[in-house]
Design a protein around this ligand. Structure first.
Ligand SMILES: *Cc1c(COP(=O)(O)O)cnc(C)c1O
Length: 364
């Protein structure tokens, strides 16, 4: 796929006043406030991608028959822009997000967007809204690219009018820069997230829609997040609703469920696999039996469990709970391996440690 998008610019006439922006940045709740601009582009089979534009943030004009509202043909991405100490702004592996966006598009029968166009759209939005990129540890500008079927028609087929967009939201870290608060995982035994041949490996809204009831069950049971098992045997650990899972053994092995098409291929997951093997841990991507997990927690053979994803980086799991039981993980707080990985990723993304792997992309 070659780049084909050109972008026009229509800057906001009345951007957020500086004082108000500073107020928002000082207390950035994840996903609540948005910057002054957004990116949009359109696709049709005849023209390909066209009308790339950076425009003031605001409501979209949508046909009530738009296929996304009826058939859920939609995909999304999530990544961050970080301000380094010298004021420069960077993204972490945006080409990996672009490649995953293209894979998700293929699975949802949406048109692919070239990697260069995807990254260019993000660059443009971050540049025009650069004052919205906060500085300080654990703070960033969260970027949300998305694509959906905007054709108004009520037949079930792939849409012939598609909209791409990017919005941005300043974010404090989920947990501040310091030790992350351990969360409790709810083992979902009734609901699954994905099945073989389904959309589990695509980042699409439908996967989230299907997981909300399990997430609600987790909250009702005093937990923070869900852990999903496979849909056939209800035995193999898959992932959390929006994060991949890792378990750490007391002999230095680090295990994460292998990618079988039902697990989202997290970029944080991939980065951690790279780091951990460079550091000499025995890293295994394989099936993980939930009973092995429980036995390991009970015996202390598994002293650490953590979840990972762009939004919260690395989150320690302090407790695993299910209907009828629960087990504490280690001492219930972040263990040394979890803390080391979290620290290294934050230092890398925020520019305090050299990027030896070419993972950082400079925006401005
Ligand atoms: C986005 C996402 C992740 C994490 O992926 P990252 O690329 O690390 O942010 C994990 N699981 C699901 C279901 C996701 O949607």
């Amino acid at each position: 796929m070659t780049a084909q998008l050109e972008f026009t610019h229509r800057p906001a006439q009345s951007p957020t006043p500086v004082a108000r922006r500073q107020e928002i940045l000082a207390d950035a709740v994840f996903g609540r406030h948005f910057t002054d601009h957004m990116v949009t582009a359109t696709w049709t089979p005849d023209r390909g991608w066209y009308d790339g534009a950076v425009v003031p943030y605001g409501p979209l004009n949508l046909d009530p028959a738009a296929a996304v509202l009826h058939f859920g043909q939609e995909i999304l991405e999530g990544l961050k822009a970080y301000r380094h100490a010298d004021g420069s702004i960077w993204m972490f592996r945006p080409d990996a997000n672009a490649a995953r966006f293209a894979r998700s598009a293929r699975r949802l029968a949406l048109p692919e967007l070239a990697v260069e166009d995807f990254v260019a759209a993000l660059d443009r939005l971050v540049r025009i809204d650069r004052d919205w990129v906060p500085s300080g540890e654990g703070r960033s500008l969260y970027l949300r690219p998305f694509m959906f079927a905007s054709e108004g028609y009520l037949q079930v087929r792939a849409a012939r009018h598609v909209t791409f967009g990017v919005i941005a939201s300043p974010a404090a870290s989920y947990f501040g820069g310091q030790a992350a608060r351990p969360v409790t995982l709810w083992l979902s035994e009734e609901y699954t997230r994905a099945a073989a041949g389904g959309t589990g490996a695509a980042k699409c809204g439908g996967n989230y829609a299907a997981s909300l009831i399990a997430q609600r069950e987790a909250i009702e049971n005093g937990c923070d997040q869900v852990a999903f098992l496979d849909s056939v045997e209800g035995r193999w650990v898959e992932e959390s609703g929006s994060m991949n899972l890792f378990v750490v053994y007391d002999d230095g092995r680090i295990v994460t469920p292998e990618l079988t098409g039902t697990i989202l291929e997290g970029i944080t997951r991939d980065s951690i696999l790279t780091l951990a093997s460079e550091w000499g841990y025995a890293v295994e991507e394989r099936r993980l039996d939930v009973n092995e997990w429980r036995t390991g927690l009970a015996s202390g053979q598994i002293p650490e469990v953590f979840a990972c994803g762009t939004a919260a980086v690395v989150t320690p799991i302090g407790m695993l709970r299910w209907r009828g039981g629960q087990l504490r993980v280690g001492h219930g707080d972040a263990g040394p391996v979890t803390a080391r990985i979290r620290r290294h990723l934050l230092d890398l993304q925020e520019g305090r440690t050299p990027d030896t792997r070419g993972w950082l992309h400079r925006v401005c």
